[in-house]
Design a protein around this ligand. Structure first.
Ligand SMILES: [Zn+2]
Length: 206
């Protein structure tokens, strides 16, 4: 439904409402906010959008975002000298940033950019699976860590990748599913409790 009498403004509201998590109401609020702050927010924002659109693309080897000017190299994509025998496969860039912020793994990442789903939204080509195989071979990777989500789509994708790389002689691991740190049993959801029990491990004493 259009509220303003200005088609250009309606177009902006319609575009803003395409952003994740924004409905028509918040999109109208954002558009009006931009109009009100045209010099200090709207103008720099539109310049920044134009710049990022012109300069930043997805790397078609590792799936990370990169400047168009940087030439990609299958041996250097997402490369960190700290760790070069493992590659961590994640669904999206936000997942990689979350992993990096924990400092648990700083090495090669492979960003799928989605998951395989029953609805067929992404194909293995979209997820750069062939490139993943090449990266494993070229970099002599010893372990592939599948850090996909504990959702049906995430697990389907992990199985597909596991099948695709099983002949490469590389160790394939996946994230443990279980009790969250500080989690109390009585407050856990059934799925978490089920998988924590199913993937229980031996007590190791030092
Ligand atoms: Zn890359």
């Amino acid at each position: 439904m259009n509220f303003s009498t200005e088609p250009d403004l309606d177009e902006l509201i319609a575009l803003v409402s395409k952003l994740p998590g924004l409905g028509p109401k918040s999109s109208r609020r954002i558009a009006l906010y931009l109009l009100k702050n045209r010099e200090n927010v709207m103008k720099p924002l539109s310049k920044s959008l134009e710049k990022v659109h012109a300069k930043i693309i997805r790397c078609n080897l590792c799936g990370n975002i990169k400047s168009k000017e940087v030439k990609c190299d299958i041996k250097k994509c997402s490369y960190s000298p700290k760790n070069y025998e493992q590659i961590c496969v994640v669904e999206n860039i936000a997942d990689m940033w979350a992993m990096e912020s924990t400092n648990v793994f700083q090495g090669h990442y492979h960003i799928l950019g989605g998951t395989l789903s029953a609805l067929g939204n992404s194909s293995p080509e979209d997820l750069l699976i062939n490139s993943l195989l090449n990266r494993i071979k070229e970099n002599k990777i010893k372990e592939v860590i599948l850090a996909t989500s504990a959702t049906i789509e995430g697990q389907t994708t992990a199985h597909y990748i596991n099948d695709s790389i099983k002949d490469l002689g590389v160790k394939v691991t996946k994230l443990a599913h279980g009790l969250p740190v500080g989690g109390e049993i009585e407050y856990l959801d059934d799925g978490t409790l089920f998988s924590a029990f199913k993937f229980r491990s031996s007590l190791v004493s030092d």
